[in-house]
Design a protein around this ligand. Structure first.
Ligand SMILES: [Zn+2]
Length: 349
């Protein structure tokens, strides 16, 4: 298999999820139930994946994804495929110290009886020559979305999940996925645990992988629980400062961070100098579509702290909850904004 080569400066990508078509699931809703069943659902998910891919191609996105069209939620869909987790037996827990949710219970040893996303990744690979990025939940974010009645240790359960994620990631790489990204919004909340064992678990999840690896750490989708939480964080969001020094020394290749319209001081990017940085230049918490100039402005600021050959323009987080036209407008703005900076860089070199 030919590995697609990224030969553009500032290759664009998204954090992961994109809106689903309204015939597949209710739009602008998280955990939205499927509107199709059985064979129709399988076919519908594939059609939606192709549509999402087409929209990314149209917008000129350089590193494409499945837009997470085949999963209901970025964490639970993966967990549903594992043994040891009882989805009938639910408990209410506080997710990321922020909001209560009814979650499944870990009742025994956890394992992955068969691949979760490998067939879908193969399908995506067959339909594009561009590099592809695949997202998986990170170990710490997985344990934070469950009630543990078996291991009684967050660290032990996260380590077990890291081993399972590593099996899945290796199979995804073997079918032609170029970048595997682990979503770890929990890294922005539990700093001591991140530094004690969270990053070690992430490194276990990527151990021996032949493809590139990324971690996405954000302030969440633009849903109410998140926007309310953000209001409590003060004028400057310095959460990244707690974890980036150790991530800089880790074996992860890329770090995806929220930068646009956010209260994150942009100079914190200096803490991961040397790593590839997926710079969030699109705000997912608003339906306002950025202008290319606004995107370019964020990228220009980031360039002071990230070397141009390591800067990957991206969205702040997933766009699943946004209206489709808005998400498409934002994809176009991302491409156009990156193009402005490419021209500036080539004019000055
Ligand atoms: Zn995110």
């Amino acid at each position: 298999m030919n590995t697609p080569i990224i030969n553009t400066l500032l290759p664009t990508s998204t954090a992961g999820s994109l809106p689903k078509p309204s015939w597949l699931a209710k739009p602008e809703t998280l955990w939205s139930p499927w509107k199709l069943q059985g064979e129709e659902l399988i076919e519908g998910k594939q059609d939606a994946l192709l549509l999402s891919l087409h929209e990314q191609h149209q917008a000129g996105i350089d590193i494409v994804s499945d837009g997470e069209q085949t999963r209901q939620h970025f964490v639970t869909t993966f967990i549903e495929h594992l043994t040891g987790v009882d989805f009938e037996n639910r408990k209410t827990v506080k997710i990321r110290d922020r909001y209560n949710a009814s979650v499944p219970t870990v009742v025994g040893a956890v394992s992955r009886p068969k691949p979760v996303f490998v067939e879908e990744a193969k399908f995506l690979r067959q339909h594009t020559n561009k590099p592809i990025k695949w997202t998986l939940p990170g170990p710490m974010t997985m344990i934070d979305t469950l009630y543990d009645d078996h291991f009684k240790s967050r660290k032990k359960l996260a380590w077990e999940f890291a081993k399972i994620l590593n099996q899945e990631a290796k199979e995804l790489a073997s079918v032609g996925v170029n970048i595997i990204q682990f979503d770890e919004p929990a890294f922005n909340v539990f700093f001591d645990e991140v530094n004690d064992w969270g990053i070690a678990c992430l490194e276990r999840a990527i151990e021996g992988l032949k493809c590139e690896t990324a971690v996405h750490i954000c302030y969440g989708y633009g849903i109410k629980a998140n926007t309310d939480w953000k209001k409590t964080l003060g004028a400057e969001w310095r959460q990244y400062e707690e974890i980036l020094p150790k991530l800089q020394k880790s074996t992860i290749d890329r770090i995806s961070l929220e930068c646009h319209n956010s209260h994150v001081p942009i100079e914190l990017l200096e803490l991961v100098r040397g790593k590839k940085v997926m710079v969030g230049a699109i705000d997912v918490a608003t339906n306002n579509i950025e202008t290319p100039a606004e995107v370019a402005n964020t990228l220009r600021k980031a360039l002071k702290y990230v070397d141009a050959d390591k800067l990957y323009p991206c969205t702040n987080c997933g766009m699943a909850p946004l209206p489709r036209q808005v998400a498409n407008g934002k994809l176009n703005a991302l491409s156009a904004g990156a193009e402005i900076i490419r021209k500036e860089l080539s004019a000055s070199s």
